[in-house]
Design a protein around this ligand. Structure first.
Ligand SMILES: Cc1cc2nc3c(=O)[nH]c(=O)nc-3n(C[C@H](O)[C@H](O)[C@H](O)COP(=O)(O)OP(=O)(O)OC[C@H]3O[C@@H](n4cnc5c(N)ncnc54)[C@H](O)[C@@H]3O)c2cc1C
Length: 415
């Protein structure tokens, strides 16, 4: 069956697809979004947008929508560590709104809520959304084509452009021949949403390392907190099975975090899902008639929570390329591709440094962490690459990402 061909077909109506669908439809572009699922479920994705991502959301014009849907700003960040006196950690509390002018600090909003919201804003602006699509085949060309099954029929459309926004493990990248480069797994990373943590300060996010875990907490408001936990790959079965959520909460019975029991005693309200921590990237996410955005174009290691900020930047750059050019040939995405490649290179470096510092639980790993803390105390400039996770990879001088500089901080090469 032939469906009237839109200007743009977006495959995947998650965060990336929904945001691009919204901003293009608001600009008068005829958009069709194709989404595999019928309902956006909690599959443990990011729910914390870094300050630099908040600025991107503002530039896209979706920030007020996020606030209207319950977006919750955080003001304080503390790094706790069993190797650092608690008073020293707390004296180094980061004032998050001060990190980046105008950001008001990081923003938390549930991933399914955000996807539903962006689907609704896109539809309200005139985009069409088909849910429950299957057997999708994307072909490059001028024009490209998309074949898909929906409501019992097979459809083919030939838009001016196809956008692959189908997330990690998406099919579009493979179908158009984009090779995914991937680092080996460094450790494991689990996430879960909890409720009933009313005594946890609502404006405070923390990262802590103690024993054999690296834990992170991001309050979502009203007693809900998204928690994550990094642990060694050798403990692959640690959170498996029906007792997994309980073991996750028990890992929060920590000495170095004040009031950690508030989290340990809270109630899980989402699945507990574990991912391998690694970075994966595509050098050139553009083909004739097709461009990839968000996780479909390569995903940063989630340890530093950059995916949503990356995605908002992708959406802005692709939107600007489309609205700023009448001809939609691959050449209009050159700035996007070049900027993204360097952005992902820097963020991969930051994630690797963070994984080494916070998620190596051997005696040697602890010793290395201790030495990194000492070097940063002696030379505060050594904290700069880590700050990129809050301020954005381009807010930090390029020389801070040079191999020699990184090796000085980390006590040797990181790759
Ligand atoms: C454990 C973990 C923690 C994270 N924490 C953070 C964090 O704190 N902060 C942060 O910024 N980022 C974080 N991230 C990363 C962030 O969640 C992602 O970068 C972000 O969700 C990417 O958005 P996306 O739209 O590209 O992909 P997704 O959100 O995965 O959306 C892809 C959409 O495409 C649909 N789809 C897939 N295949 C098809 C198909 N064949 N046809 C049609 N539709 C399809 C899916 O159903 C989905 O709706 C985390 C990731 C993980 C795994």
């Amino acid at each position: 069956m032939s469906v009237a061909s839109p200007d743009v077909v977006i495959v995947g109506a998650g965060m990336a697809g929904g945001a691009l669908g919204t901003v293009l439809a608001r600009a008068g572009v005829n958009v069709l979004m194709l989404e595999r699922t019928r309902v956006h479920k909690d599959v443990v994705r990011g729910e914390w947008i870094a300050p630099w991502g908040v600025i991107e959301a503002q530039r896209l014009g979706v920030y007020e929508d996020y606030i209207g849907a319950g977006g919750h700003h955080l003001r304080r960040h503390i790094n706790y560590d069993e190797l650092v006196p608690r008073a020293e950690s707390e004296a180094a509390t980061i004032d998050m709104p001060a990190m980046l002018d105008g950001s008001r600090g990081p923003l938390c909003l549930g991933h399914p809520t955000m996807c539903n919201l962006l689907n609704a804003t896109a539809e309200r602006a005139g985009a069409r959304l088909a849910r429950g699509v299957g057997r999708l085949i994307v072909r490059t060309g001028s024009p490209p084509s998309v074949e898909y099954a929906h409501d019992g029929s097979t459809h083919t459309v030939t838009p001016r452009l196809v956008v692959g926004a189908d997330g990690r493990n998406g099919v579009v990248a493979r179908q158009i021949g984009c090779e995914l480069n991937q680092d080996p797994e460094h450790h494991l990373f689990s996430g879960m949403l909890i409720d009933g943590a009313h005594d946890w300060p609502e404006d405070l996010q923390i990262v802590a390392v103690e024993g054999d875990v690296n834990v992170l907490a991001f309050p979502q408001g009203n007693g809900k907190v998204r928690i994550y936990m990094g642990f060694a790959s050798e403990q692959r079965t640690r959170l498996l099975g029906p007792e997994g959520p309980k073991h996750f909460l028990d890992a929060w019975r920590l000495e170095c975090v004040p009031h950690a029991e508030v989290i340990a005693n809270a109630n899980p309200i989402s699945p507990c899902i574990t991912y391998p921590n690694s970075d994966a990237w595509i050098d050139d996410p553009v083909r004739d008639g097709v461009v990839l955005i968000g996780d479909a174009a390569g995903r940063n290691d989630p340890i530093t929570g950059q995916g949503q900020s990356i995605t908002h930047r992708d959406v802005r750059l692709v939107r600007d390329a489309l609205l700023g050019n009448d001809e939609w040939s691959p050449v209009i995405f050159e700035d996007y591709v070049t900027e993204r490649r360097e952005r992902m290179r820097r963020l991969r470096t930051v994630a690797r440094m963070t994984a080494i510092r916070e998620s190596e639980f051997t005696a040697a790993g602890r010793q290395r962490r201790l030495e990194i803390h000492e070097r940063i105390r002696a030379n505060p400039m050594f904290a700069a690459p880590f700050a990129a996770a809050f301020m954005g990879p381009d807010a930090i001088p390029a020389e801070c990402f040079a191999d020699e500089f990184i090796a000085q901080i980390m006590g040797g090469p990181i790759w």
